[in-house]
Design a protein around this ligand. Structure first.
Ligand SMILES: *Cc1c(COP(=O)(O)O)cnc(C)c1O
Length: 386
């Protein structure tokens, strides 16, 4: 089914103006088993998952995002990412509720300061859609007081007091679920801080709620350049005309766009799916930035795949497609070590002055390392003879 047929079937009385209005989409988000079963014939597992008690993470899907699920396919990628399963209730060894120890690196409520020159600024706990593998399920969907101006003021004072912070990453929750006024308030306050060279927004809204990207919003963002955007993409099915339009508007507003993708078992963990996604992203001017190994969040075992799989995917991309289509494959180290890039080991052997390298076709090439000093006399003799 496509979005048009979905609308005809389930929202015949909703006019274009309403459907294309992001506030309507948010007001009508689907949150319960009863609501969901109107649209999809839910499996036993899904019904159980939806009725789990003590679930950390609420359920929410915008009508638009639901419309791109194929109802005939119980293994649909977007369906798996958004509808809980019973596995979510079980913690496996090595899993944690705050796997990246963000709380430990939080000098002020709402700030994570892990790297010397940049901070993560969590401005809201709300998302339009809750991804079941969310790294921040400990806070999202809950009212933990990071989305009021009083707590924002404290975060901004912290950034102001640290001249080494040149890069602020606004995330949450999803910052673009907030009003234009709040977004402008934050951007304008951050832009006033001289040492803040760049601002980034981390969001999935262009994918789950593309209607939110309005001319008013892009006009606000462009006033505070340089503003970059990292968009959470998971699967090629997400690149619809709506998302394409949203990304075009953002790119036309001069916002450099990057994608962040979590490697998810049986959802996108094969090179064909990711290559397709990355090609589609480049066509809409989004540079694949990070491919994340899935964080060991509690109840995520059914989403996680092996590092070997990730490396194999990178190996199948590098050399076989544009370099721009190949993201950095990273593990955000448990306990707060930060992002660590992992890549296929291409140095086969090293000696004092030679390095043997493996290319994308698995052929070995030799590079002369440590060239030593030039023969000054020979160069001089040659130059004199000219
Ligand atoms: C990911 C992250 C950043 C940004 O890292 P980049 O590699 O610069 O994109 C900054 N702070 C925290 C805490 C992060 O998790």
């Amino acid at each position: 089914m496509n979005t048009e047929n979905f609308r005809k079937m389930f929202y015949p009385d909703v006019c274009d103006d309403e459907w294309n209005n992001w506030k309507w989409q948010l007001k009508n988000k689907i949150q319960s088993t009863d609501q969901l079963s109107r649209f999809l014939s839910l499996t036993q597992d899904e019904i159980k998952g939806l009725s789990l008690k003590n679930k950390n993470l609420p359920v929410s899907i915008t009508p638009y995002y639901l419309s791109i699920i194929n109802p005939e396919d119980i293994d649909d990628a977007i369906r798996k990412c958004t509808i809980p399963r019973p596995e979510e209730a079980f913690a496996t060894e090595g899993e944690a509720i705050d796997p990246l120890s963000e709380e430990k690196y939080s000098p002020v409520h709402g700030i994570v300061h892990r790297y010397p020159d940049r901070v993560l600024f969590l401005v809201t706990t709300t998302c339009s859609v809750y991804c079941r593998y969310c790294t921040r399920s400990r806070i999202v969907g809950e009212d933990v007081h990071i989305n009021d101006t009083e707590s924002w003021e404290k975060c901004i004072s912290y950034i102001q007091s640290r001249p080494e912070i040149r890069d602020v990453l606004i995330s949450g929750g999803d910052p673009l679920t907030m009003s234009d006024e709040k977004i402008e308030w934050l951007l304008s306050r951050l832009r006033k801080i001289e040492h803040v060279e760049m601002i980034r927004i981390g969001t999935k809204v262009p994918v789950t709620l593309p209607q939110r990207i309005t001319p008013e919003l892009t006009a606000i963002i462009r006033k505070y350049h340089p503003v970059w955007m990292s968009i959470h993409f998971t699967h090629p099915h997400e690149i619809t005309p709506e998302t394409q339009k949203a990304c075009t508007m953002l790119a036309d507003a001069g916002i450099p766009l990057g994608s962040q993708t979590v490697l998810l078992k049986d959802i996108n963990d094969n090179s064909e799916t990711l290559k397709q996604l990355y090609h589609k992203l480049l066509k809409i001017r989004v540079k694949p930035y990070y491919l994340y190994q899935c964080d060991p969040i509690e109840g995520s075992v059914h989403f996680r795949t092996s590092i070997e799989k990730g490396l194999e995917i990178i190996q199948n991309l590098r050399g076989y497609t544009s370099g721009y289509a190949v993201p950095n494959y990273v593990i955000d180290a448990p306990k707060g070590g930060g992002k660590i890039v992992i890549s296929p080991d291409n140095i086969v052997q090293k000696s004092d002055n030679k390095v043997y390298l493996r290319n994308f076709k698995n052929e070995i090439y030799e590079y002369p390392n440590n060239p030593g000093s030039p023969c000054t006399d020979c160069v001089q003799e040659y130059a004199n003879a000219l």
